[in-house]
Design a protein around this ligand. Structure first.
Ligand code: THU
Length: 136
């Protein structure tokens, strides 16, 4: 059973991730993604995917959100919500799994569809035996 604060956190993160779909720039894939990341400071950092005419230059919503936070000096995170613009629950891509593992191997990942239906898993379920700073 989750306490009330944690449940509020989860609902708010998913709502914020869905709100970010509006800012997603995805003219090539037409697949819009929003993310909302909860920092240890209890602040929420949001992001969206940003595509580019030179396709590999595009960045995912999760890395946008986490990069915003890191560039403000934050390196500790507890949860991220990811919302996709389709009726399928949007899971993080491989690059994002690795990127997030560097800073938050214990991250809780909430994956949602465009209606707010979601799953909750730990990052290590998406990236078992991850390679991180302690591996070097
Ligand atoms: N995308 C994300 O932003 N996050 C994910 O975890 C999955 C994929 C974006 C990248 C690209 O702009 C679009 O979705 C289609 O792959």
């Amino acid at each position: 059973m989750k306490n009330k604060n944690e449940q509020t956190n989860i609902e708010e993160l998913i709502k914020k991730a869905m709100e970010m779909l509006e800012f997603s720039y995805a003219p090539y894939s037409n697949f819009h993604v929003g993310a909302a990341l909860l920092g240890a400071d209890n602040k929420i950092y949001t992001g969206c995917n940003i595509e580019n005419a030179s396709y590999p230059c595009g960045i995912c919503a999760e890395r946008t959100a986490m990069s915003k936070a890191i560039s403000e000096g934050k390196k500790s995170f507890s949860k991220i919500a990811i919302a996709g613009s389709s009726d399928q629950i949007c899971t993080p891509c491989g690059l994002c799994r690795q990127f997030m593992y560097e800073f938050a191997p214990d991250l809780t990942v909430l994956c949602s569809d465009d209606k707010g239906n979601f799953t909750e898993k730990k990052l290590n379920a998406f990236l078992p035996d991850g390679f991180g700073p302690e591996s070097l």
